[in-house]
Design a protein. Structure first.
Lengths: 736, 343
């Protein structure tokens, strides 16, 4: 009897010890476990978005007896869903009380010297995280038992920890262990994958779980499935993290997996934004950390920390990477250290240092961030039909200012760019936000005729200064508009130049004009009709359409009603134009000469023209961004390369706006106000500026910049405009 | 154990016979059970090239993102044997109408499928976007891969493509959650066990006089994995074959020198005839394909086994019970191994 009791006791003890123990205690054990596996197992499918690792999982699957023993805790297979479930349930229970308090948002009050180590999207990069933690251990941030050594040090995972790798479950177990040992100092934020069961859409995690549940026959009701346990756990995770400095300092750093909507970023209290992978914004080869610019005025960073097989194969990304935010005297004086190493070479982590709130590199820890000299606002449209134009202008301005900001001894200029969506009423609201919340009354390079028109009364009233907006609206070129200045020619001048060019070059007499029926398009159409009258062209077809119109049946019918030799498109949306051309039918345009303004010249439209074999003549306010060797354009290309931005006319237009302001401030002093800046520009006469000659014309509130035309054979011509705004008949090729 | 013959010189022991039947039946049952747990699907996913960030950069610009989804309502016709499928479904697109018109979005089609019926677009405004929905009936006649028949699962791919758009203008985005299957969907004899969505683009390369031309179109592949419900096909094909085989094998236990000599030959010949006759039944249940399926291999093995039994019986008087026992074991092994490799 005693013997029997002893056997039963031993069995219970074994079950208790094996069944309840955490997986590994020390980092060395975790490292040894990782070393047993290959880092980049092959995919069963070639799908980088939804990889399938079923074959790999099959190698980890225990036998029938193994599964039975695992159920009783007598055997601990490598991939043990019973163990994961146990850990998950315990952790979820502990977190449940926290969740009710935080409501999806977690705040950390940081003292000077506090360090926050942050990982972006990990996507199951178990090996990479283990290597990074080896570094943390070597640097004394954590100990062998994964305990954070200082209470003011934090470890943050920005979400999207899971999926796209077969090691997701191991990685989660490692993070569970970290959270278990450091409940206050390790934070796991919810990412896209962890929200609303999104992870269930992907093979990498769902398939092995479903197989596990199928084996146990649990998916058919009864006991809660492991999938549900995961979802319950993910729901306990905070969606965003607020880093605040103690001592009552205003402002905070926002950490969140995704970039919040623009409305949420229009908040002068947000000093910086740290996000996960931003694939749509980063079109260049990333090292793991990217400065995304000033989104809504907020300096924004994107981190990618997943050098797994997929990201290596499809994005050529192989870096173990993470960042550390070191809190300074203030948040503005805080630094951001970026650590990275190539996982293929493993030759030690390199470090780069940046100013957290300015995006500028720092030479060492002792170098302070720059003093902020001034900020100015820019209202452009990132979204909708003219989004590509707005993005280009924004990139140009950012690059132009970045040149100044990187210079030693020069103060920092911050662009605060808002997305008005090309909606006039929204532009007014955003301008009010600039005036009242940010206390800014200067706009540089703002885009859009209808949007500027909407707040023109404020410009007239002297409440806001507008420098070099990306519009050629004639109504903005009146001598009394002393708070406005342009460098580009007016739309009527562009329209006249284009029509004259078409008539002269192709001897076209039968014209059609499709124009946007708003303040932008009407003046272009009127100018074109003036030229028709002057050149004795009769019966030109003029077809208006509303800006938000989506169906163009009437316009198509009208256009098809007559034969035309040349068609002018005075609209801002290339998508609308593509739709129109396709709906009319490509054969209709054979032999016709098509022309329009630079706003139509984006990459998608170029591809469209190429695909359909169509040729187009464009007018531009700027020279050829790719080939021109004017000093300003060469400087533009150098700055664009630094930021990995593509060259295009919209970007160059934004760059020139930013460069003019930047270089003027360098001359008159960075503490000069907008009034002094305007006086400086007004005083310029025959001023040689990096290949251009600037003379201010008070009648048109504009410099006499040349116009440029790219013809159907992709040749660029400059067209001079005289002081009265009349386009000269002579055309000449741009001097190289 | 008493034998059918007084001497037992030319016969196989009933113990061997019964043992063979039991072991063979048990193992085959086990293989069936295993095969039902992990049904192989040989049909490939329809090709789609996934849009990676590099690809997006190559196409240039920022194309309009169009969310695509599908609700599969019903299969009014689902005939995998004749590769004939008719699906009632709803396709929806969520997009910014300022970036792409409803008319151009409506130019979509299904690859290798005919749209039998399509409703006019049902449009609803959702924030800054529009949700455009089409109710439609689609017929697809793409043959499956039947090499594992009747232990087969199949994958049906519905590829939505818009040949009038390019990925530089529009990219389709969709995930598994955007493919919803009617929970009340009931397909006779089949069940949908998995679904998958892959969005990307398709490529076409052709050469014309002016040089090589590439053409790219956005596409979304909606895939459905099906398994047979129950084991009716398996049982109705293989149980008669097994029974015929076992009956033929029993003739080894009859004494070829005794009163049952003629019965032995007629029984083993009848087994062959019965198999050939049953072939017509199997043929009726099988898909009409030009290659060999698992059922064909198994049938052939049974036929060969029965022929061997017949020939052994022809020379039954010259072969001792020992050799017949070896033949019995060999034939049982042959059948077991055939099932092992075929399933």
């Amino acid at each position: 009897m005693i013997k029997k009791c002893m056997y039963v006791g031993l069995l219970v003890l074994t079950v208790f010890v094996l069944g309840g123990a955490p997986r590994f205690e020390t980092l060395t054990q975790w490292s040894a476990h990782a070393a047993k596996h290959i880092e980049a197992p092959p995919l069963d499918n070639g799908d980088w978005f939804d990889p399938d690792f079923s074959s790999f999982y099959a190698t980890l699957e225990p036998t029938l007896f193994g599964r039975i023993f695992a159920l009783w805790g007598l055997y601990d297979p490598d991939l043990n869903f019973y163990r994961i479930k146990r850990e998950l349930v315990e952790l979820t229970k502990k977190r449940a009380s926290l969740v009710q308090k935080t409501l999806g948002r977690k705040e950390l009050l940081l003292t000077k010297g506090a360090r926050v180590f942050i990982w972006g999207d990990l996507h199951g990069s178990y090996f990479s995280l283990i290597r990074a933690f080896q570094k943390l251990k070597n640097d004394g941030i954590i100990d062998e038992f994964l305990r954070v050594q200082k209470p003011c040090d934090y470890i943050v995972f920005l979400g999207d920890v899971i999926n796209r790798s077969p090691y997701t479950f191991f990685l989660l177990e490692f993070i569970f262990a970290l959270m278990e040992k450091n409940p206050k100092n390790v934070l796991y934020l919810r990412g896209h994958q962890e929200t609303d069961r999104y992870w269930e859409n992907f093979f990498a995690m769902r398939k092995p779980l479903e197989r596990f549940e199928r084996v146990l026959n649990k998916s058919r009701g009864g006991e809660i499935s492991l999938k549900e346990e995961f979802n319950t756990f993910f729901e306990t995770l905070p969606g965003e993290l607020i880093l605040k400095k103690d001592g009552g300092q205003r402002g905070y750093v926002l950490c969140k997996h995704e970039i919040p909507p623009m409305e949420a970023l229009i908040n002068s209290q947000i000093k910086a934004l740290i996000t996960g992978e931003q694939r749509n914004l980063v079109s260049w080869q990333t090292k793991g950390l990217d400065f995304l610019g000033f989104i809504g005025g907020v300096p924004s960073w994107g981190i990618l920390s997943c050098p797994n097989r997929l990201y290596g194969e499809f994005m050529n990304f192989y870096n173990d990477s993470f960042i550390c935010v070191l809190v300074g005297e203030t948040l503005e004086q805080s630094s951001l250290s970026f650590f990275y190493q190539d996982r293929r070479q493993k030759n030690g982590f390199k470090k780069e240092l940046f100013c957290l709130t300015q995006g500028l590199p720092l030479e060492d820890m002792h170098q302070e961030c720059k003093k902020e000299a001034l900020s100015f606002g820019t209202l452009v449209s990132f979204s909708g039909a003219v989004g590509s134009v707005g993005r280009g202008i924004c990139r140009g301005i950012t690059a132009a200012l970045s040149k100044n900001n990187q210079k030693k001894g020069f103060p920092f200029i911050r662009p605060i760019v808002f997305d008005d969506g090309y909606v006039p009423r929204r532009a007014v609201v955003l301008l009010d936000a600039l005036l009242n919340d940010y206390h800014l009354n200067v706009c540089v390079g703002s885009q859009g005729t209808p949007t500027l028109n909407a707040y023109l009364d404020k410009v007239k009233a002297g409440k806001v200064w507008v420098f070099f907006p990306a519009t050629g609206g004639q109504q903005f070129r009146l001598p009394e508009l002393t708070h406005l200045i342009h460098y580009r020619q007016s739309y009527p001048q562009e329209a006249r130049a284009l029509v004259n060019h078409i008539i002269t070059t192709y001897s076209s007499r039968l014209f059609a004009i499709l124009y946007q029926n708003d303040v932008f398009g009407i003046q272009l159409a009127n100018a074109a009709q003036e030229v028709f009258r002057e050149r004795g062209i009769k019966n030109a077809l003029v077809i208006p359409f509303a800006r938000e119109q989506t169906e163009l049946k009437e316009q198509i019918k009208k256009l098809k009603s007559m034969n035309v030799e040349a068609i002018g498109f005075f609209l801002t949306s290339t998508t609308m134009l593509r739709n129109f051309i396709t709906s009319v039918g490509i054969p209709f345009f054979l032999g016709s000469h098509l022309f329009g303004l630079s706003f139509l010249d984006d990459a998608a439209f170029r591809q469209f023209l190429k695909a359909h074999g169509l040729r187009f003549t464009f007018s531009y306010p700027v020279p050829d961004p790719v080939k021109s060797n004017l000093p300003l354009v060469e400087e533009f290309r150098i700055e664009m390369d630094k930021h990995h931005y593509p060259y295009d006319s919209n970007t160059l237009e934004g760059y020139i706006s930013g460069a003019l302001v930047r270089d003027a401030l360098e001359v008159i002093g960075f503490d000069a106000g907008p009034e002094k800046l305007m006086h400086y520009f007004e005083s310029l006469k025959n001023f040689s500026y990096k290949g251009f000659t600037l003379t201010f014309n008070p009648q048109t509130r504009s410099f006499e910049f040349p116009l440029f035309i790219r013809n159907e054979r992709n040749k660029w011509h400059s067209i001079s405009v005289d002081k009265t705004g009349t386009v000269a008949a002579q055309e000449g090729e741009v001097k190289k | 154990m008493k034998r059918f013959t007084k001497t037992g010189k030319y016969t196989v022991s009933p113990v061997v016979q019964i043992g063979g039947v039991v072991i063979t039946s048990f193992l085959i049952m086990f293989f069936f059970y295993q095969s039902m747990g992990d049904v192989p699907i040989r049909d490939a996913y329809a090709p789609v090239t996934i849009i990676t960030p590099q690809k997006l950069a190559e196409f240039g610009g920022s194309p309009a993102e169009v969310g695509v989804g599908m609700f599969l309502r019903d299969f009014p016709r689902f005939d995998p044997v004749r590769a004939d499928f008719v699906a009632d479904l709803t396709v929806w697109f969520l997009f910014d109408p300022r970036l792409i018109s409803i008319e151009r979005m409506g130019d979509f089609s299904f690859e290798r499928a005919a749209i039998l019926n399509r409703s006019s677009p049902y449009v609803r405004v959702v924030g800054n976007k529009v949700l455009v929905r089409y109710d439609m009936r689609v017929q697809q006649s793409v043959p499956f891969d039947y090499r594992d028949f009747p232990f087969d699962g199949h994958r049906l791919n519905l590829t939505l493509v818009n040949y009038f758009l390019s990925p530089s203008e529009v990219i389709f985005t969709s995930s598994r959650g955007d493919l919803v299957i009617n929970p009340d969907l009931n397909i006779l004899g089949w069940q949908c066990v998995e679904r998958r969505v892959a969005a990307g683009f398709g490529e076409e390369h052709f050469t014309i006089q002016t040089g090589k031309q590439d053409s790219f179109h956005p596409r979304v592949v909606f895939s459905f994995d099906f398994e047979r419900v129950g084991s009716r096909h398996i049982v109705s094909i293989f149980i008669p074959l097994l029974l015929i085989f076992f009956i033929a094998m029993l003739t080894f236990s009859f004494d070829p020198t005794g009163f049952a000599a003629s019965t032995i030959l007629s029984l083993s010949a009848t087994a062959i005839t019965a198999l050939i006759a049953y072939r017509f039944v199997i043929e009726n249940m099988s898909p009409q394909v030009g290659y060999f399926m698992a059922s064909d291999y198994i049938f052939l093995v049974f036929l060969i086994a029965c022929c061997i039994v017949f020939f052994v019986n022809v020379f039954g008087e010259f072969l001792s019970g020992f050799y017949k026992t070896i033949a019995t074991v060999f034939l049982h092994m042959l059948v077991i191994l055939t099932f092992f490799f075929a399933i």
